[in-house]
Design a protein around this ligand. Structure first.
Ligand code: G1P
Length: 305
């Protein structure tokens, strides 16, 4: 297992092969990762988060119907030339943002056999060093530095580090759940067990895995031997549980910042409104409209006129 003080993580893996069935029909032809959050695809926020944390070498694990993702992170010479000709510097900068933010590479998953299987496709890209995995449905506010904190914990303790959020016991069956030992330091816990989407009454705690991981490369050998688990899929959670059983260090960073689940319709809408209302360009007008709109809303249960 990677020891503390070893090479820091430099690479990020973003699995984007999911079908996005929760957003049908919007996601019939458009990858769910490209649905806009205000004016940027959700996925661009994720790549920016990785780059901010120093992980400028990104691999996306894609699948069928995800070609538009490759186009988004690629250059668009005709569009750039058009904007240049018009002297539209702001929009040109916006177009460049998606290509300049990181070096984005792609590999195809072939068969959708689960998150663990998607991560395994990154083995040749990652090589023998720790790396991060960021799941596209979880958007972490740019003002909260979860990934940086996780990288620091990994550099200190070695092994693997996962992000945790207390989602309440009633919601834990939608997530990977963990058993923990008392905090070793503020907000950092030692993981003693993991289980993927347990029934509420069997969950080891209300602490859920949210979509950020810093993993040791040893995870790949474990994933190769991991049998399909929950839902018949090869689960990353199960591979991490194997590492814990072998006595390898797996730590959790308990997040208390702002997270938006853009894979859920209601949370997606909240994310768009919150982020837009805080922007300098859109915020003032949106906030004043929101105040007016809310004051005119009918009470819960009544239908709008
Ligand atoms: C995946 C993981 C799960 C984790 C979740 C976070 O599940 O398997 O352990 O809690 O992401 O979003 P999915 O949401 O892909 O079913």
């Amino acid at each position: 297992m990677t020891s503390a003080g070893a090479r820091p993580a430099r690479k990020a893996v973003i699995p984007v092969a999911g079908m996005g069935t929760r957003f049908l029909p919007a996601t019939k032809a458009v990858p769910k990762e490209l649905l806009p959050v205000v004016d940027r695809p959700a996925l661009q926020y994720i790549v920016e988060e990785a780059a901010r944390a120093g992980l400028g070498d990104v691999l996306m694990v894609t699948g069928r119907n995800k070609g538009a993702i490759e186009d988004h992170f690629d250059r668009h010479p005709e569009l750039e030339a058009l904007l240049e000709k018009k002297g539209d510097g702001d929009r040109l900068a916006a177009v460049h943002e998606s290509t300049d933010v990181a070096a984005v590479n792609f590999v195809r998953q072939g068969e959708a056999l689960g998150l663990g299987h998607a991560v395994l496709q990154a083995a040749p890209f990652v090589g023998d060093e720790p790396f991060a995995v960021l799941l596209g449905d979880d958007l972490i506010d740019a003002r909260d530095h979860l990934l940086e904190q996780m990288l620091a914990v990994q550099a200190e303790h070695g092994g693997c580090v996962i992000a945790l959020l207390d989602v309440g016991r009633e919601n834990i069956d939608k997530y990977g759940a963990v058993a923990i030992e008392e905090d070793t330091q503020e907000g950092v816990v030692t993981i003693t067990g993991l289980v993927e989407k347990p029934p509420v009454d069997q969950a080891p705690s209300s602490l859920a895995i949210i979509g950020r991981y810093v993993l040791a490369p040893e995870i790949f050998d474990v994933l190769r031997e991991t049998a399909p688990g929950r839902g018949g899929e090869i689960q990353l959670t199960d591979a991490l549980a194997t590492l814990v059983e072998r006595g390898e260090p797996v730590h959790g960073v308990v997040f208390d910042g702002r997270r938006y689940d853009t894979g859920d319709k209601l949370d997606y809408l909240k994310a768009v409104i919150r982020l837009a209302s805080e922007r300098d360009d859109l915020g003032p007008a949106l906030r004043s409209w929101l105040h007016e709109f809310v004051s005119e809303l009918p009470a819960e249960g009544a239908s709008p006129s």
